[in-house]
Design a protein around this ligand. Structure first.
Ligand code: NA7
Length: 530
């Protein structure tokens, strides 16, 4: 029997995305009474909500396979190297059905509040329908990148057309065929939308603030023989990821200077042509840091952009001119640059011609007015504190998590918060939904819960000192690294938002895993149990 019989559940999991699905499975396997609540009417999280045209993986599909079940790995076939959102959502449903998880998931149920009851050592979990339940532990598998960011513009309320953010795409879809469409944002998402919508819209206006380095995705179907090979290679892939990082991309151990300039250029060309197993993410360190090699690679990629765009003036607008390759997350395209060779596609360079306001019929920039039936916001996310603030979370003494963040985000390991016992944010070292990072992190959380119960305790919380030291360490890393001070991965994309030192800032996944193992082996000394 659970040591805390006052709670209806041992654990409530919030969210049934990639992390929530695995948390429900793992914690249930540990013999805990678990219930998951999911706001959407289906499972999948990111792969449920991001139903915009063109949405697909830009990391190979096989990297998204859960590793823990031989049966799942055997039975699931990926149809393409980089599968599209409907198939990714189907995969999540397949896993949920196969593991019989659905009976413990309550769909269409938003968690609105969490209130800690110190006397009874449990959380009261408030739901949008006005009901509530209780749980000793809560795992907030809410996704770092789940709260959309829509910039505010004068006149936005006047706009009479249809608009949507890509990550809250209506399930019934939006009619885009033959319409005049505007897309704001040219990150990974914007590029995916633009290259698709260009094919069907009567007119597409792309509002670009910062040009991006895009490499060809080189997607293709996976046939049965290749899928067999992938299945046979899973064990090796998982081993590689555990030993290296979260992706099975081999990194080149050489220095860039071990090669001549001609050899390096030939190497970039092979990567560009998609010569496996070479991948831009595996390039030597010097390619990523500002300096002559980064300049050389950036120039190579700029040349590739110019080659693909017919109009030299448009090409120059699409060539990044204020940052080198790697200063932003690399983007994969399949027809993005070619879209700008079409007559129905127009590019507005917002740095030269900023948006002044929305009108009843579209968008007015300083020099242009565009009439638009639909405006698509591909403008990114209000990371971590965005989704956390959407729930009213009250910890010890009734203090809210929002109050806890009054002077900026603070956490211990980016997983727990001082003053908020038994509440976990399963955020791996790499933000996002990399399965390789999520599985071990949730395993670690499960071990901790069992440790508390075995010890006959009912609660565990990080000490103030541990939280302070982790937070300061993270902030130092952010402020000392020019990449992070501008990065969406610490929330720098939102004007005025204090930095959120995500685990990415601290250490690579392998080191972070080792740190967690050490904490567990040491009896969770950075935490207080009671
Ligand atoms: P990103 O990568 O944050 O991209 C957002 C895009 O929206 C980017 O091009 C921004 O330009 C642009 N943006 C943001 N605010 C504005 C305003 N106010 N005006 C014009 N343009 C704006 O989000 P994605 O959805 O593409 O990527 C999601 C990530 O989630 C993906 O990379 C994975 O890591 C997981 P900017 O570059 O800031 O000038």
């Amino acid at each position: 029997m659970s040591p805390n019989a006052s709670a209806r559940f041992d654990v409530v999991v919030i969210g049934a995305g990639i992390a929530g699905i695995y948390a429900l499975y793992r914690l249930r396997e540990l013999g805990l009474r678990v219930r998951a609540f999911e706001e959407a009417d289906g499972v999948g999280g990111t792969w449920y909500w991001n139903g915009y045209p063109g949405c697909r993986f830009d990391i190979q599909s096989r990297e998204y396979s859960y590793s823990f079940s031989r049966e799942l790995l055997e039975e699931w076939d990926w149809s393409e190297l980089y599968t599209a959102q409907p198939e990714n959502e189907r995969y999540c449903n397949f896993v949920v059905d196969k593991l019989d998880l659905r009976r413990d998931i309550q769909l269409g149920t938003r968690v609105t509040s969490l209130t800690w009851d110190g006397g009874r050592s449990h959380w009261t979990v408030g739901l949008a329908d006005g009901t509530s339940t209780t749980a000793q532990f809560v795992v907030g598998a809410i996704g770092d990148f789940s709260r959309e960011y829509v910039p505010s513009y004068p006149g936005f309320d006047d706009y009479q057309g249809v608009w949507a953010h890509t990550s809250r795409w209506p399930r019934e879809g939006i009619e885009l065929e033959g319409k005049r469409v505007g897309v704001i944002g040219t990150g990974s998402t914007g590029v995916q939308v633009i290259q698709e919508v260009a094919k069907i819209a009567s007119q597409l206006v792309v509002f670009q603030r910062t040009a991006t380095y895009c490499l060809p995705l080189r997607n293709r179907p996976i046939g049965p023989a290749e899928m067999r090979q992938i299945k046979d290679g899973y064990a090796e892939l998982f081993k590689f990821c555990l030993e290296h990082n979260t992706l099975s991309i081999p990194t080149d151990p050489r220095s860039a200077y071990d090669l001549t300039k001609e050899e390096r250029l030939a190497y970039y060309e092979r990567i560009w042509q998609g010569d496996p197993p070479l991948d831009i993410l595996g390039l030597w360190d010097e390619a990523w840091d500002p300096g002559p090699i980064n300049d050389e690679l950036s120039e190579f990629l700029k040349g590739k952009i110019r080659e693909q765009v017919d109009d030299a003036i448009i090409a120059e607008k699409l060539v990044p001119n204020d940052h080198g390759f790697g200063a932003k997350r690399p983007v994969a395209e399949e027809g993005y640059y070619a879209a700008f060779n079409r007559n129905n596609v127009e590019l507005v360079d917002l740095k030269a011609d900023p948006i002044e306001r929305f009108t009843a019929t579209g968008i007015k920039t300083r020099d242009h007015e565009s009439e638009l039936d639909v405006v698509v916001f591909a403008t990114g996310f209000d990371i971590v504190t965005g989704p956390l603030s959407a729930i009213e979370i009250r910890g010890e003494g009734g203090r809210t998590l929002r109050e806890h963040f009054a002077d900026g985000f603070r956490s211990h390991l980016h997983i727990m918060f001082a003053g908020f016992p038994n509440f976990y944010l399963p955020s791996p070292a790499v933000t996002g939904n990399f399965v390789r990072a999520i599985e071990p992190l949730i395993d670690w959380i499960g071990e901790m819960i069992c440790y508390v119960q075995r010890a006959g305790a009912t609660q565990i919380v990080p000490t103030n000192e541990a939280e302070e030291s982790w937070t300061q360490f993270g902030l130092k890393q952010v402020t000392e690294n020019p990449f992070f001070t501008k990065s969406k991965y610490v929330g720098a994309n939102i004007p005025g938002k204090p930095f959120v030192p995500t685990n990415m800032v601290f250490e690579p996944e392998g080191k972070f895993r080792a740190r967690r193992a050490e904490i567990a082996a040491g009896g969770y000394r950075e935490f207080a149990m009671g």
